[in-house]
Design a protein around this ligand. Structure first.
Ligand SMILES: C[S@@+](CC[C@H](N)C(=O)[O-])C[C@H]1O[C@@H](n2cnc3c(N)ncnc32)[C@H](O)[C@@H]1O
Length: 428
């Protein structure tokens, strides 16, 4: 007898790939606007194609690299018939269709990259938050090459280091990476790394290069430091030194720190300006890392004020404790920023005057944004490395009564599609 409690058979998945067979197809298109993710939008035979290695307005030959079942394809511009004015020779010999996937905009002038990123931020805020905002992306000092002070390189099965092909697990072996600071690139790319799956590298302000090898599951194996002028790496590693906002900072070896050497100063400047803290105020610094923003804001609230930094990573909390030791108004709490934890924290703390948050790429999310909006803070300063997550969370704040009162955007990641934004939200 049939068991009535058994669930009905699951419906069969619909036959995928209704448009199948476009991979490898080549056709000519006139390229449309830039889209978030390092590509532009084109249309062919009624389908959307996200095309890399091109620019808006160009006439190109596209080769399809991926045929998605949602109706769109991905492709590379493999021939440029009518180039855009911003197209330049790629400075990196490893970039281009089918090659290293580390950069998106090597073929675009730096000024052109700033314009593309501004278009993306504007479009995300319009589409996801219904806002019409003027956006300018500010360049950081130092130009678009050799800025990367922290990187993860993959290692292939023969021990050769490199970066992955776009949307692939294949490792493209590299002799150099022109966006990475030269000592960091040399420390990783001039040798083999047998038995490692990846190598993290960081160059600190004192010129010390730290490398950490990871196994094929991403677990750390061994950390070494190479001091300036030394031939041979040492272990164990100490803390890396950084300077920003007029203070010295210590960070765990290859632990989180802004990647561009000028980014920490630029972001601290924007955060201080938007937060405009007053003596005696209470500030929450969420996703605090080594305490960068909390440490910069603490002098402004003075001895009568309070700065609470919340960070989940134990090593980052230890670094933040050391970095903020001379600021008695600053304290470091280790824990996850999530809606229940925040509600509890706000219950202990009372109403913060200012909240600064700098979440990872996925953003704070609607629940955390909702709890923060409910805290009644007079200002929320949101530092975001993904404009789509920012726009979604700005919309959540807007539903809870906060309006976007200021926005700055910085080119902290030249040659890639990434852009860092600092947004000011105030009670409407
Ligand atoms: C983008 S970094 C920002 C760090 C710091 N604000 C800075 O600029 O140096 C994000 C930080 O959030 C931490 N983090 C990630 N998820 C978290 C969570 N759910 N709760 C608390 N911290 C988290 C990470 O460990 C990382 O240090």
């Amino acid at each position: 007898m049939a068991d009535r409690r058994r669930p009905a058979a699951r419906p069969q998945r619909q036959a995928p790939d209704v448009h199948g067979g476009w991979v490898g197809r080549r056709f000519e298109v006139t390229v449309g606007p830039v889209a978030h993710g390092g590509h532009c939008v084109a249309r062919h035979e009624g389908r959307v194609v996200f095309v890399r290695h091109t620019l808006p307005g160009e006439r190109v030959v596209v080769e399809v690299t991926e045929d998605r079942q949602k109706g769109f394809c991905r492709g590379d511009a493999v021939e440029v018939l009518e180039p855009a004015a911003d197209r330049v020779e790629r400075p990196c010999p490893y970039s281009g269709p089918g090659r290293c996937g580390g950069c998106d905009w090597q073929h675009v002038s730096h000024a052109g990259q700033l314009g593309l990123k501004a278009d993306v931020v504007r479009e995300q805020l319009s589409r996801l938050a219904g806002l019409d905002v003027d956006v300018t992306v500010e360049a950081l000092p130092g130009g678009p090459l050799r800025w990367r002070s922290r990187a993860r390189f993959a290692v292939d099965r023969t021990g050769s280091p490199g970066l992955r092909r776009h949307r692939s697990h294949d490792v493209v072996p590299l002799d150099d990476c022109p966006i990475t600071a030269e000592p960091a690139a040399r420390a990783v790319l001039a040798r083999r790394w047998l038995d490692a799956g990846a190598v993290d590298v960081a160059l600190d302000s004192a010129g010390v290069v730290t490398t950490t090898t990871l196994d094929r599951r991403g677990r750390p194996l061994e950390t070494q430091v190479l001091r300036p002028g030394a031939e041979v790496p040492e272990e164990p590693a100490g803390r890396a030194q950084r300077t920003a906002g007029g203070r010295d900072w210590e960070v765990e070896g290859t632990g989180f720190w802004q990647v561009h050497p000028a980014a920490a100063d630029a972001l601290v400047g924007a955060v201080l300006d938007f937060a405009a803290v007053q003596p005696g105020e209470t500030v929450l610094d969420l996703y605090a890392g080594a305490g960068l923003f909390g440490g910069a804001l603490a002098p402004g609230v003075g001895a009568a004020g309070r700065v609470v930094c919340v960070e989940s990573d134990a090593a980052a909390c230890a670094a933040a404790d050391a970095n903020l030791a001379d600021l008695p108004q600053a304290e470091v709490w280790q824990g996850d920023v999530d809606a229940p934890g925040l509600t509890e924290l706000l219950g202990d703390l009372g109403r913060p005057d200012v909240v600064v948050l700098d979440p990872p790429r996925a953003g704070a999310g609607q629940d955390v944004s909702g709890v923060l909006a409910g805290s009644g803070a007079r200002a929320v300063v949101y530092v975001a490395c993904d404009p789509a997550s920012l726009a979604r969370d700005v919309a959540a704040f807007a539903r809870a009564g906060y309006r976007l009162a200021g926005l700055r955007a910085f080119d902290c990641f030249p040659m890639t599609h990434h852009v860092e934004c600092v947004a000011l939200l105030v009670r409407a």
